[in-house]
Design a protein around this ligand. Sequence first.
Ligand code: HEM
Length: 445
Amino acid sequence: MPRKRGLPIIGNLHQMNLGRPELTFTEWGKELGDVFSVEIPGDTALVLNSFDAIHEALVTKGICFGGRPQENKFRLEFISDGFKDIFFDNAGARWKILRKTAHRQVKMFDAGSKQIEQLNLNVIKELAKEFRSHDGVSFNPRETIYHTIMNLTTMLLTNKMFKQTDEEFKLFTEIERLSVSSIAASGKGVELDLLPWLRFFGNSTYKKLLRAKYCRDVLWKMIKGEILEDIRSDDKEIDSLVHALFRLHQSQQEGNSPGTFPLEEANLRATFADMIVGATTTTSHSFYAFLNIISQHRDIQEKLQEEVDRVIGSDRYVSVNDRTTMPYTQAAVLELLRSTSVVPMAIPHVTLEKTSVSGYPIPPGVITLPNLWAMHHAQDFWGDPHAFRPERFLDDAGDLVSASHENRRHLMPFGAGTRVCLGENLAIGRLFLLIATVAQLFVVE
Ligand code: HEM
């Protein structure tokens, strides 16, 4: 297999754009092909740059590629209390039950029940109110977007919304920010994976990890009491992802869930922390990028506004059920996911058994990086990958192309197969609501 030659110990690290490694790997692919290996400190990693290779690994051979890197991964091990969560556990019995429970709850949340629709709407109305309060004077919407999405996350996780000044809310945001900035696969902090003893010498990433875990534990204590009280009161109206995890845990302890992998409270807590990060960063980055993009595309805004005026008008707010009659807005969501590719190399996978990709034999234990960004920006497939064109996902009649259309098949912003993102539908629904609401109420300049 082609490989990028590097230096002893640091491998190819000195040749990489550590802030955007996906761009470096896309560039190297031009010389090395769609499948090649690189040296990252302490490991060799397999890079997959094309649709064919990524589809083969994640979908066709999803079980073989279903692991997560655990060797020399001090930071991930530390933050997840020893890989006891969904993100970083291997695809085994414990991961399966955690994922299934979380997924069931996320699906209920995105299914658009009246109660949930109302909650989403309340949060989105707050966003609109905040945007309006600037009276047309330019402002940076980053914080408002972040708080909107974080409140959607707190509702999913705990069935509660918080004010920005609430202690709980501050802890949610601190956990998210510290975790994201300290666990990037490459970049600052990678030295801790190689040399974990650096933590005894004032390493700044270690301090962040410690603080993230401290905040998580404080927040967990704060919410746990109330959630257990809700469960005792047996009020079926009060439900959330953490309620569901605790219900399962209690049922296991009472011997009522035979055959399910026995969970510890640490599994619930680590999964809670995963979801804070997984559900917030991605969606808020995507929506922030969207406002930036459409501020430079008045034509796209006009098409979005025309559709929302025609289908919804101005007498009511947008609903997720409007999706079916708003193909242009749906296409804009898909194009946003393609063009930004906010999780550009998925979460690293690891081979769990002997396998192969594009004909190259791959032993077990190989870190695999699916370069989703490269696939979403392949010149030969997309033609003009750097242009923002929702029309890619529309047919001649202006309808959304079907899921089996080549362009939809080549779109995998949520990964694919065994480890596909479990928030995919929820995220698409949220982005639809946010984008349509902006089109209904504002012109972005
Ligand atoms: C625009 C929004 C989002 C994008 C682009 C995104 C993307 C991704 C990607 C690429 C992966 C890795 C898949 C792989 O390893 O092959 C992932 C995993 C995951 N995502 Fe998302 N995600 C988004 C929103 C969400 C939301 C809203 C949630 C929760 C409600 C969520 C929860 C998760 C979880 C738990 C995993 C780990 C799955 C596993 O390891 O089995 N994500 N996501």
